[in-house]
Design a protein around this ligand. Structure first.
Ligand SMILES: CC(C)(COP(=O)(O)OP(=O)(O)OC[C@H]1O[C@@H](n2cnc3c(N)ncnc32)[C@H](O)[C@@H]1OP(=O)(O)O)[C@@H](O)C(=O)NCCC(=O)NCCS
Length: 168
């Protein structure tokens, strides 16, 4: 049974090589690792409320999830506000932003994604959580979210949606 742990931003320092390995297996190689480290990893890791959840088997990282407290003025909050406007206005600001969820292909279908998800949202004090994902109802991540209390708030682009979940 893989070990699932939750880490703060400080505790997550130095995990970027392993995260990048999983990232490449799930989303494809990043074009520029230094740019990714500065504009994604370090930026997100330093945000208030950041938490990283990792799943490991025999020390090998199989998957991760992370999120932080989202605020207006941050890229994603402002982007979503522009894209879908009033349907999410009451949700944005002080929400928990569920940013990443990834399990390497050969470890899928064993409950790891759900464990990562559940650990990431466990005991949050935020009132609301938000994420963006595929708009396809048969997408594995969408099925996971829909069966975990997330609801569609709006769709945007060609194939994207914003989902929200009331936490408190
Ligand atoms: C989404 C993802 C994290 C699921 O990881 P996983 O470890 O396979 O998930 P689990 O085994 O815990 O399954 C959890 C739920 O996901 C859904 N699911 C998983 N695999 C599925 C599949 N092949 N088809 C449809 N639904 C699926 C089911 O709802 C499942 O719940 P159930 O077992 O009670 O039916 C994984 O597929 C992944 O990394 N996908 C690519 C990255 C991605 O899409 N991330 C989310 C971006 S928003």
């Amino acid at each position: 049974m893989p070990t699932v742990v939750t880490l703060s931003g400080a505790e997550a320092a130095g995990l970027d090589p392993e995260i990048l390995e999983v990232w490449a297996a799930v989303f494809g190689e990043v074009a520029d690792a230094d740019e990714w480290r500065a504009s994604v990893w370090d930026r997100h890791r330093s945000r208030a409320g950041f938490r990283l959840v990792t799943a490991r088997d025999d020390e090998r990282m199989l998957g991760f999830a992370w999120g932080y407290t989202g605020e207006r003025g941050q890229y994603w909050s402002d982007f979503i506000s522009r894209e879908v406007g009033s349907s999410v206005d009451d949700w944005i600001g002080g929400h928990f932003e569920f940013v990443e969820l990834a399990v390497i292909p050969d470890a899928r279908g064993r409950g790891i994604g759900r464990r990562l998800h559940d650990a990431l949202v466990a005991d949050l004090t935020h009132e609301r959580a938000l994420l963006s994902t595929s708009a396809r109802s048969d997408d594995p991540a969408v099925r996971l979210y829909s069966s975990s209390g997330w609801v569609t708030l709006a769709t945007y682009g060609e194939d994207r949606q914003v989902m929200g979940r009331v936490l408190a």
